[in-house]
Design a binder for this molecule. Structure first.
Ligand code: G6P
Length: 368
């Protein structure tokens, strides 16, 4: 495979920086830029209007993309989603409605558990959609609808650009589904597609936080445990942040739904505990602020990822606030992926780990 790191120290960093371009490229596959509408390409013309529900399953980072997708499908298209990690899904004996659709998300298209879940759904009469980065993969070959992510080859074991391209594809599908199901007006669709078109610009802006993030990463490289919190569509980003950090820096990290803090993780909070909060100024922002106040009251050190409005209205002392551009709430999960990835990346660099090939992990897990 002829791919090199260019001027970057690691493939992971190169792939993080490719995101404005590959997200735009992927978006262009699913939307008509001039008309500001979703236009599903040939081979991907899914009829969402006739569906009662959608099943989705994936592993690792792709699963977190699916989790964001669940919020989008439910909010934008009023389409109920049955979601699970593939290793559970394949054995759950999930009852599936006749003529249903199941979606599988996989960078490699070769993950054994995801493929087994696909076959379970196929055996139970489902149509199969596959969001894959490798169009020649097993999962793509066994699908009725191939939904490619145009991220290009991803070399770093920890997924970055494939994740944001999976999210981009899911967002386009959810907008298209919303329109087909009569939940979004033509005007709603235009607004959402316009927001999506602006993602690359916001992603580029988010990349400019790198120096600030590097400073933070130095602090993080000295701790043993990190907690990530998020609510709503930021919850999967908290999970992804924790996953990225543990995968490449080997620092123990947990992602939690902010509202679940009081049901356990709050017991861990003390002055040594960094708590990274993913919280764009959206509908659930004030709720997340209450959770931050609970953390602050116990001496926890808060690192807040938000925007100008959020920084202005959050009455809470933070160790650091990273300011992202203001943007429509629907696209925030895609843009907030950048600081989350950069923080894990730079922490790992300070730890001196093998960033592109972390110990014990494989790029593609083709055995159970
Ligand atoms: C491995 C990789 C992860 C990836 C997961 C799912 O664990 O290290 O980065 O998210 O597999 O892989 P897939 O190819 O199915 O997206």
């Amino acid at each position: 495979l002829m791919v090199d790191k260019g001027n970057h120290r690691h493939f992971m960093l190169k792939e993080i920086y490719e995101q404005p371009e590959v997200v735009a490229h992927t978006l262009g596959h699913y939307v008509d830029f001039a008309e500001r509408r979703v236009a599903l390409p040939e081979g991907a013309e899914i009829d969402f209007a006739g569906l009662d529900r959608l099943a989705m399953s994936a592993c690792g980072t792709a699963f977190y993309a699916a989790l964001v997708g669940q919020y989008w499908f439910e909010q934008l298209a009023r389409l109920p989603v049955d979601l699970d990690i593939a290793s559970e899904f394949r054995y759950r004996e999930v009852p599936l409605s006749a003529n249903g659709l199941s979606l599988f998300i996989s960078q490699s298209g070769e993950t054994a558990d995801t493929l087994a879940s696909l076959r379970y759904c196929r055996a139970h009469g489902q149509k199969i959609g596959a969001i894959v980065n490798v169009p020649t993969s097993s999962i793509a070959r066994e699908a009725d609808y191939i939904l490619p992510t145009l991220a290009g080859p991803e070399i770093g074991v920890a997924s970055t650009k494939a994740f944001t391209c999976q999210l981009t594809t899911l967002l386009a599908l959810a907008i298209g589904a919303g329109r087909q199901r009569g939940h979004l007006s033509r005007e709603d669709e235009e607004k959402l597609v316009q927001a999506a078109i602006e993602m690359p610009r916001h992603l580029s802006q988010a990349l400019k936080l790198e120096d600030e993030i590097e400073g933070l990463a130095k602090e993080l490289s000295r701790v043993k445990h990190v907690l990530y919190l998020g609510r709503g569509k930021s919850f999967p980003l908290a999970l992804e942040g924790a996953l990225k950090l543990k995968e490449i820096s080997y620092i123990h990290a947990e992602g939690y739904a902010a509202g679940e803090l009081k049901h356990g993780p709050i017991a861990l909070i003390d002055e040594t505990m960094p708590v990274i909060v993913v919280a764009p100024y959206d509908k659930v922002f004030d709720k997340t602020v209450s959770n931050m106040q609970e953390v602050a009251a116990r001496g926890g050190r808060i690192i807040l990822l938000t925007d100008e409005e959020g920084a202005r209205s959050a009455a809470v002392d933070t160790m650091k606030t990273l300011i992202l551009p203001s943007m429509p709430a629907a696209i925030a999960p895609i843009v907030y992926a950048v600081p989350v990835q950069l923080l894990a990346y730079h922490t790992a660099v300070f730890m001196g780990t093998d960033v592109d090939q972390p110990r014990n992990l494989a790029k593609s897990v083709t055995v159970e």
